[in-house]
Design a protein around this ligand. Structure first.
Ligand code: ADP
Ligand code: MG
Length: 386
């Protein structure tokens, strides 16, 4: 009987570059210290067993069935999809119990799904060597092919390659990446609206399709364009396309440019410019890409009027979830109290305020360094307000 081992993969907050990943453009996420932890023990039968503490549920599958597994349309698909991809890549999965615990809030745009996929991959590999890029791409395939969510590579990539003191600028076509250090005199604060509108998943698929239509239209005049990554603002405005498709494409092309401008502003420690780019990104998501909602628009409008806040935008897939805010360190408490009070007053909901601490990517955790979840919640700031 092998002893228990623990594997961790982080959630992430995307600073800028929203919906650009599946258009093979640029993104700038940071891995969070909120993470999914999977403790593994060997099993005595020939099965893979999973338990999620968050769901209070168990599932198990015979190992020989995994190669041809079919989705059951529930949370365990994220684990089973990864197991299926690993088996198809030639990995022999051992009989195991996986005990899943996470402090990444689910469905809040902080990528609990990729944290679950990547921690599952490490848990199933049990320390066997496997290319890290391949872990990210295989976990993404689990989500696109098994869970049937047509996501880009960002979430899985940053869950693997996250860095302790920096954001990661990823080129989602070449998968080249580099770290981008953020200025010292700013904190990244996420505000969770605590809402997730049902529309989210189907609208995500529609946006992916609309981007495909834009590429087809532009390609007719510019055959070198293979994705919106290759398109210029001029092409978007000149190509005859349905009006809504033009607006979707305009968001992607302008957002890609904003990632590059934001990286350069961060390197010059120009917080005012970084804040402006956050605000422009939000307005582009609100009006052109139409993936925001009243709650997150309110949080952004309120944030930009609070002293010490340089800029605010929604982060993640959209239709709820979190905003991400650039806040001067001396004003974090004031910011958290003010925004909580205003959101409560308008929507009657207490938002969770999360201090985003850049953290390293996925790895095995030594048994004596496993976190106690009650202590770990220090990054979650709950302000009662006055
Ligand atoms: P996000 O990735 O932004 O959190 P998604 O909708 O992509 O939102 O993924 C959330 C889904 O991932 C949940 O509905 C659930 O199915 C699954 N999931 C995430 N974390 C866990 C967990 N700890 N236990 C079980 N399922 C989880
Ligand atoms: Mg997700």
């Amino acid at each position: 009987m092998n002893s228990a081992r623990t594997f961790r993969a982080p959630g992430r907050v995307n600073l800028i570059g929203e919906h650009t990943d599946y258009n093979l453009g640029f993104v700038l996420p940071i891995a969070l210290d909120l993470a999914t932890y999977i403790e593994t023990r060997s099993a005595s039968d020939n099965r893979l067993h999973v338990h999620s503490a968050a769901k209070g549920e168990d599932r198990s599958w015979p190992l020989e069935s995994i190669a041809d597994a079919k989705p059951a349309h529930c949370w365990s698909d994220y684990v089973l999809g990864v197991a299926r991809e690993l088996v198809r890549a030639g990995v022999e999965i051992e009989p195991l119990h996986l005990d899943i615990r996470s402090d990444v809030p689910e469905g809040s745009g902080l990528s609990s799904s990729a944290a679950l996929e990547v921690s599952s991959a490490l848990a199933l590999l049990q320390g066997r060597h496997f290319s890290r890029v391949e872990i990210a791409t295989l976990c993404r395939r689990a989500e696109t092919d098994f869970v049937k969510m047509p996501c880009g590579i960002m979430d899985q990539f940053v869950a693997v390659f996250g860095h302790e003191h920096a954001a990661i600028r990823i080129d989602c076509r070449s998968l080249d990446y580099r770290t981008v250090e953020l200025p010292g005199n700013v904190e990244i604060v996420a505000v969770n609206s605590m809402v997730k509108h049902e529309l989210g998943a189907s609208a995500y698929r529609t946006r992916v399709e609309e981007c495909g239509i834009a590429v087809d239209c532009i390609k007719a005049f510019n055959p070198q364009v293979r994705s919106l990554r290759d398109a210029t603002p001029e092409m978007i405005e000149k190509t005859p396309m349905p009006r809504v498709v033009t607006r979707r494409a305009r968001h992607i092309v302008s957002e890609n440019l904003r990632v590059e401008l934001f990286v350069s502003a961060a390197e010059k420690k120009n917080l005012v410019r970084m804040g402006e780019l956050f605000n422009e990104s939000h307005r582009s998501m609100q009006h052109d890409y139409e993936i925001t909602c009243d709650e997150v628009d309110f949080l952004v409008d309120a944030a930009v009027g609070i002293s010490g806040c340089f800029g605010a935008r929604m982060t993640g897939g959209g239709f709820g979830g979190c905003t991400v805010n650039l806040v001067h360190p001396d004003f974090v408490q004031h910011f958290a109290e003010t925004i909580s009070a205003r959101y409560r007053e308008r929507f009657g909901i207490q938002p969770a305020i999360i201090r985003c601490i850049p953290s390293e990517g996925a790895s095995e955790v030594e048994q004596d360094k496993r976190p106690s979840f009650s202590e770990k919640n220090s990054t979650l700031l709950h302000y009662k307000g006055k």
